[in-house]
Design a protein around this ligand. Sequence first.
Ligand code: G1P
Length: 296
Amino acid sequence: MEESRKIRKAIIPVAGLGTRMLPATKAVPKELLPILDKPLIQHIIEEAVSAGIEEIILITRSGKEAIENHLDANFELELLLKKSNKKGIISKFPQRILKDISILSIRQENPLGLGHAIFCAKPALEKGEPFAVFLPDEFLLSLEKEIDFYKMMKNYSLTGNGQILVEKISKKDVSDYGIVDLLDNKLSKGKTKIIKDFVEKPSINSAPSNLRIVGRYILPYEIIDILKGLKPGKNKEIQLTDALKKLLKLRKIKFEAVLSNSRIFDCGSLKGFLGANIASASKDKNMRRYLKEILT
Ligand code: G1P
């Protein structure tokens, strides 16, 4: 990939309260709920790192320190595991897998929306530096060897256009998501198309398409300047989608929609969380047999 167009940093907002998963998330951050034997946040960071990300910027809040603890070393535990001949498991610890990656965290003092969370990352970005955003509720199981985000990195390297991962959804669900408008709203797997407009959580009747924004983005630095002065939009929150719309109107930057080739699970909901676990388990032969056994 072209060195001057390499994306090094990914912002991961983790300040949400996880109210849809209560009571499970009363004391445990939703990002630490496990998909099989690994917390969701570790899967998301491993996804980013496998596509070439070198620095993770967590946007967090008080009460969610356990996320940082999970990503940090635990010297006593490692010593104990080594002494009791169980050191194999240590290789699955995040600080081993992510040993060349830097992870830093920034507090979002007020829950003012996704756009505000992204703006909070400003001190960790170089002026002019493009960056990635990963929304950790969205768990992606790739149907191909090359994951969606890697394709987005490759596209960016070729065109320099912002990259927005999208998925076709049923028209009745459009009001739950950001929706993109393309030239003819036809998009096939693995292909990209220039985005004409963005709209956050439109009504069924006003939605320009049924292509919803999945939580993987490659964004130009200019979005930070736009977010600075942005007024609250849908649900009185500062919306990232509104900033994208505004940037597009300035006609300086182009964005491409990339159609996902993954099974996507919304792990902020019980249904998605269960789905992610069952779909992941069914990829393993022994687990699949066990699932069959308990479900029949
Ligand atoms: C956010 C974005 C929305 C996007 C969604 C993906 O919404 O604002 O555009 O489609 O994430 O998960 P939220 O889920 O925070 O309401």
